[in-house]
Design a protein around this ligand. Structure first.
Ligand code: GLN
Length: 490
């Protein structure tokens, strides 16, 4: 019976890995990579299947079509989306990007295709009536955007200007009463107010902004080609048609603000549960692959370090000493720095021109885990009575065979609990990779929160999913430990 359960769970795990690995079909056309930040409706957002939609997205598809290219969309945080285009990681950025002087120093832009102006969103009963009332207030903005820059410049000294990941998070904070207002571009403001009862828009006198497509400075050729197509799409009315369709779109269906209404919107409406499911698949895949990297690295490092420490006095090997030094630095650096910082460095510094966000996440998690696994294994190897090694050596076994047949099997049992804990930590740490653009369970939950303006259910839902996964693995670990104990007695 137990075997069947274990087998079934293994199959589920493998399935998760497969789902996570599956890639959409490729067309063979040259790719046009667009970075964006899909929390800016109606310009960019995700639909319920997790597809990217919105004005920018449709315009980008039309452009790619005209150019005979295949559009690929990378969803990042706003600042990271700009950075991706600037560094050439993506071919262009479309994210309702306002052209301003600072950005023009760093990148080049297409002709403008839309205009915008910053507005203030407040609750209907707010005492804020205009820009003049903003001093002394808590102002929510989206970090790195023009709204954020204006507010920092004008009120940074006298008010509390807060930069959120995206406008939707700021709106949620406003609804929760954590801030007094949100300053954001007018089009998303209209969507936010349409989708959320009890909010209204106040005009500001900030200057009109122009949205354009951003490119790395050396991409003049592509920019010129895009300009030509964009001009055509503006002249023949395609852009206006796209804008109209989104501005007049139906708001999300109202299921009520009660518990079940929110629950329904977060999990059931438009089959959102499927998004969580595919998030779980990716999370399991990331964990499994990072685990493989971590264990391989960990075993290697542990063997090197143990071999070095167990050398007989007076017979030190220089090469081993050197490699051992490297291993020590690796362990010290990895264990001495936060996982999140390691991820950011890998994503935005070392692999700044790679778009394999999830793969970078896997590699970083694997390298991180390797350091802990190495120390766990080393502890296990060192804890064994040296007499075990000596006895097997005196039986004529060489070092490798003694390790393989005598030391490691015994050490394995004692380190299993710590290894299990490390695996569980790794499973939970996968949640961090969304910060560098990796897609897993937290990403799915955030995408749903962005559509429903409701954080609690998606976040608590994902927490419950992690908990269930951890419980399953803890139980499996218990089974394995019991099996090993039984085999001992026989
Ligand atoms: N237009 C603003 C800017 O460029 C905001 C863009 C956005 O939030 N996606 O800074």
């Amino acid at each position: 019976m137990k075997r069947i359960v274990v087998l079934a769970l293994t199959c589920i795990l493998l399935l998760g890995v497969l789902v996570g690995c599956s890639k959409p079909e490729q067309s063979g056309k040259e790719k046009l990579i667009m970075s964006t930040s899909a929390g800016f409706p109606p310009y960019e957002m995700t639909d319920d299947e997790g597809n990217y939609i919105g004005i920018d997205v449709e315009i980008a598809y039309a452009i790619a079509d005209e150019l005979g290219m295949e559009l690929v969309i990378d969803d990042l945080e706003f600042a990271a989306a700009l950075e991706a285009a600037k560094s050439g990681k993506s071919d262009m950025v479309m994210a309702g990007v306002t052209v301003n002087e600072e950005r023009e120093k760093e990148m080049i832009f297409s002709i403008p295709y839309a205009t915008a102006v910053q507005v203030i969103i407040v609750t209907e009963d707010s005492e804020i009536r205009s820009k003049e009332d903003l001093p002394g207030k808590s102002i929510g903005t989206q970090i790195g955007t023009t709204g954020n820059i204006y507010c920092e410049d004008d009120y940074g000294e006298v008010s509390n200007v807060i930069g959120y990941d995206n406008g939707i998070t700021a709106i949620q904070a406003l609804k929760n009463g954590q801030i007094d207002c949100v300053v954001v571009d007018n089009a998303p403001a209209q969507t936010f107010v349409k989708d959320n009862k009890g909010l209204k828009i106040l005009e500001t006198e900030y200057k009109t902004e122009q949205y354009a497509i951003g490119f790395a400075k050396n991409k003049t050729e592509l920019r010129d080609k895009v300009n030509e197509v964009l001009k055509k799409l503006i002249d023949n009315g395609t852009v206006a048609e796209i804008v109209d369709a989104y501005i007049n779109a139906e708001p999300e269906k109202d299921y009520g603000d009660g518990f079940w209404g929110k629950f329904h919107r977060a999990f059931i409406a438009r089959n959102r549960w499927k998004q969580y499911l595919s998030g779980v698949g990716s999370t399991l895949m990331v964990t499994a692959l990072a685990l493989v990297i971590g264990v391989v690295l960990g075993v290697l490092v542990a063997i090197i370090r143990t071999a070095h420490d167990q050398q007989r006095p007076g017979r030190k090997n220089v090469i081993l000493g050197f490699v051992n030094g490297i291993c020590k630095v690796y362990i010290t650096v990895i264990r001495g720095t936060p996982m999140l910082v390691q991820l950011l460095i890998m994503g935005f510094v070392i692999f700044s021109s790679s778009r394999s966000y999830t793969a970078i996440g896997i590699l970083t998690l694997g390298i991180n885990s390797g350091a802990y696994v190495a120390e766990i294994i080393r502890g296990g190897l060192m804890s064994l009575d040296p007499g075990q090694m000596e006895a097997s050596r005196s039986l004529g076994m060489n070092y490798i065979d003694s390790m393989r047949f005598v030391v490691v099997p015994q050490a394995f049992k004692s380190i299993l609990p710590s290894l299990g804990n490390e695996f569980i930590t790794l499973l939970k740490d996968t949640a961090l990779i969304y910060t560098i653009g990796g897609k897993e369970l937290v990403y799915a939950a955030r995408a749903i929160a962005n559509r429903t303006y409701e954080q609690m259910f998606p976040l608590v839902g994902s927490a419950v999913i992690y908990l269930v996964l951890v419980l399953i693995f803890t139980w499996l670990q218990g089974l394995l430990e019991r099996r090993l104990r039984q085999s001992d007695r026989r």
